[in-house]
Structure formats: structure tokens, C-alpha cells
Design a protein around this ligand. Structure first.
Ligand SMILES: CC(C)(COP(=O)(O)OP(=O)(O)OC[C@H]1O[C@@H](n2cnc3c(N)ncnc32)[C@H](O)[C@@H]1OP(=O)(O)O)[C@@H](O)C(=O)NCCC(=O)NCCS
Length: 226
């Protein structure tokens, strides 16, 4: 039975459980030097929190202590574990916004996650023009014309955005895939369908999931059951 577990945490919760002065050595040299390079305070803390969460979550699936996990990135930038025990199928993906972090762990190699704070300041119209497919944009504009509250529009916008990113991250490509080249349709409470794209073989094997782990956050995951 395949599994895909999702971990979500507010940054302060991680900092309280794993204070930086105590746990920073659990990060690799590479992670620590990336951390040092982040000058924006909230972004720095969320980077720390995401990588600590990832390490502690992974250690629930194999007898490897959090500080011993090793990673390398593919040529498209996707981090993968390089020292997992031979009998374990474990893959992961992380997402961090300034106030919260999330991680998916699965035995399916193609798994992706994205997390966004709906309060994030962004020019929703301009970004929609840049990243939404023709059908997504038409739907967004139709919704916009009914003059919904900013919150309602942002929740719709970030739901589509998160699904798109989770999908692009599950494929390990990130924005190397043109985000306008495929689109999602949300129907009802749980119905999520994706418009086929050139990249989307095995459409029926994809599973998408959209949730609000807390009031201001939208989280999406994408996995391929293989
Ligand atoms: C991957 C990407 C979509 C993430 O977007 P984001 O919303 O800013 O960030 P998120 O917090 O959701 O996710 C970031 C995490 O995704 C993971 N990630 C990075 N590249 C990834 C990829 N190609 N596929 C899957 N996951 C990826 C990393 O773990 C990263 O966290 P880290 O930088 O702290 O290690 C975006 O950064 C992207 O497309 N980057 C371009 C990849 C690229 O061109 N890399 C150049 C390599 S030559």
C-alpha cells in the first residue's frame, strides 16, 4: 500500500521544539551555509524550520538520526536522499513560506508539495496572467468580475497556484515547466482535475490533494502512484 504523509508546522512551533542554538548542527554544512546566506530574518527562520522538519520527519521512516541524512540535488534542482537504507523507499519534498513549513514523505518518487500563506502580498491579476493556463485565467477573470473579497479571490488563486507548483515539483522540474502549459479545475469540495499536458502521461495515476492546514494557509500535494 503506497503512502504519502504530510507534515505541516508553523515556524515558531519548530523553533520552540528544536531551538536553533541546540539543533543547528543537525543541518549539513551546505544547509548551514545556505542559512547563513539568507539575510531576510523570517525567510532565514523558515529555511531553518523546513530543513529541521524534513530531517526529523525522515527519521520516523528509517533508523537514521536526523543529522545523518545526506542529500544531493538533481540537475533540475530537486533534492533527493543519497544515503537511505537499501530496503527503504523514501522520498520527500518540502515547501516553506515565511511563517510556516511543510514536508511530504512518500514511497512514491514523484511527490511534490507547495504551501502558501493567503495573506501574502502579491498582484494576483498580474501573476495569474503570467502563470495560469487559458482556462484557469478565464475562470479567474470570471470570478474577479463578480467582485469577491480579496480573501476569497486569494484563496482561489493560491489553490490553483499551489496545485501547479506541487505538480511541477513532483515532476522534479519546478519552473522549468511552463506553468501556462497545463491547468487545474476545481469542482466541488474535493474534485480536482488537471487538463492534460504534453508531460502528463498516466493521468489516472496522479493524485492531487488540496487542504487548509490552518486558516491562512493553502497546501497542495501531487503524487504519481507507480
Ligand atoms: C522548485 C520551485 C518551484 C520552488 O518554488 P518556491 O515556491 O519558491 O519554494 P518552495 O518553498 O515551495 O519549495 C522550495 C523547495 O523545493 C525543493 N525544490 C527545489 N527545486 C526543486 C525541483 N526542481 N523539484 C522539486 N523540488 C524542488 C527544495 O527543497 C526547495 O527548498 P530549499 O531551497 O530550501 O532546499 C522553484 O524554486 C523553481 O522552479 N526553481 C527553479 C529550479 C531551477 O531552475 N533550478 C536551477 C537548477 S540548474
Amino acid at each position: 500500500m503506497p503512502f504519502a504523509d504530510v507534515y505541516f508546522s508553523l515556524v515558531p512551533e519548530i523553533l520552540e521544539k528544536f531551538p536553533e542554538h541546540k539543533n543547528i548542527r543537525e543541518l549539513s554544512d551546505d544547509e548551514q551555509s545556505r542559512l547563513e546566506g539568507i539575510t531576510n530574518g523570517p525567510a532565514r527562520l523558515s529555511y531553518y524550520a523546513a530543513h529541521i522538519l524534513k530531517r526529523h520527519a525522515l527519521s520516523k521512516y528509517a533508523a537514521v538520526p536526523p543529522e545523518e541524512w545526506k542529500f544531493a540535488t538533481t540537475r533540475h534542482g530537486r533534492p533527493e536522499i543519497t544515503n537511505k537504507p537499501h530496503n527503504k523507499k523514501i522520498h520527500f519534498n518540502i515547501s516553506h513560506c515565511n511563517t510556516a513549513v511543510a514536508c511530504i514523505i512518500s514511497d512514491m518518487p514523484q511527490c511534490g508539495i507547495d504551501l502558501e500563506d493567503v495573506r501574502r502580498k502579491a498582484d494576483l491579476d498580474a501573476v495569474a496572467e503570467e502563470v495560469f493556463s487559458t482556462a484557469e485565467l478565464a475562470h479567474f477573470r470570471k470570478m474577479r468580475s463578480k467582485k469577491p473579497s480579496r480573501d476569497t479571490l486569494a484563496r482561489h488563486f493560491f489553490s490553483i497556484w499551489c496545485l501547479k507548483e506541487a505538480y511541477m515539483k513532483a515532476l522534479g522540474m519546478g519552473f522549468k515547466i511552463n506553468p501556462k502549459s497545463f491547468g487545474f479545475k476545481l469542482s466541488g469540495k474535493s474534485g480536482i482535475s488537471i487538463e492534460p499536458t504534453g508531460k502528463l502521461k498516466d493521468k489516472d495515476l496522479w493524485q492531487f490533494y488540496l487542504s487548509q492546514p490552518q486558516n491562512n494557509f493553502i497546501l497542495a500535494t501531487a503524487i504519481v502512484l507507480s
